[in-house]
Design a binder for this molecule. Structure first.
Ligand code: AMP
Length: 206
């Protein structure tokens, strides 16, 4: 099922489509919200499209509102169970209400040229790791970024590097994702990489 709002962002096809995973909570300092807002704003100002989980709470809602205000198309993809809890952002340009989490994640991945994780909790981590795993298995070839704002992901990166040292991961896997502390430069790098990559994949087979 899809609800679509008619607005000016409809008329022009977006310059790029970025899927962003981020917290359904706002975090404990105003810097998290400011970053989510800056990401939404950047996407809108650069003629992009935001694909995200379709919620209106926490960083998700802040980012989506900023993207809409800056003129971006915003595609929300949300399972019907979460809509029943009234967690959906009804202002999205397209709101896809889907049967389950699996369908949601496949559609989000299909509609994006690149993926970015902002600070978040277990939902964000699960989505980030899944899309990273799909990339290593060749289900897609789209760039993936982890925004390490203020060192939020330092301890995770330390752990991942220790998994490389202990032989459970390798550098090739680490190189499949980019990290950066500055949102604008990281998004620019992802968009540029998406423009040069062959985005063919097998997302229909996940
Ligand atoms: P978390 O990091 O645990 O806050 O979860 C955030 C991620 O999980 C988002 O990227 C969403 O895709 C999904 N998610 C978690 N909670 C919600 C919610 N209330 N509404 C929509 N999506 C959610």
């Amino acid at each position: 099922m899809m609800a679509e709002a008619g607005n000016a962002a409809e008329a022009v096809s977006p310059a790029f489509s970025l899927c962003v995973y981020c917290g359904s909570r706002p975090g404990n300092t105003a810097e998290f919200a400011a970053t989510a807002q800056a990401v939404g704003n950047w996407i809108g100002l650069h003629g992009g499209q935001l694909v995200y989980g379709g919620g209106h709470n926490g960083l998700m809602g802040i980012m989506a509102d900023a993207a809409l205000a800056a003129g971006a198309r915003v595609i929300g993809v949300i399972p019907k169970a979460l809509v029943e809890k009234e967690w959906a952002h009804t202002g999205c340009t397209e709101l896809h209400i889907v049967e389950n989490m699996h369908e949601r994640k496949r559609i989000m991945a299909e509609r994006a040229d690149a993926f970015l994780a902002l600070p978040g909790g277990i939902g964000t981590l699960e989505e980030f790791f899944e899309v990273w795993t799909w990339r290593q298995l060749g289900y897609h070839n789209k760039p993936i970024g982890l925004l390490n704002m203020g060192g939020f992901y330092d301890s995770l990166l330390t752990f991942l590097n220790s998994a490389v040292k202990t032989g459970f991961m390798n550098e090739w896997q680490m190189d499949l994702m980019r990290t950066g502390e500055d949102a604008a430069s990281l998004i620019e790098a992802l968009v540029q990489a998406a423009g040069t990559a062959s985005l063919t994949g097998r997302l229909d087979q996940i």
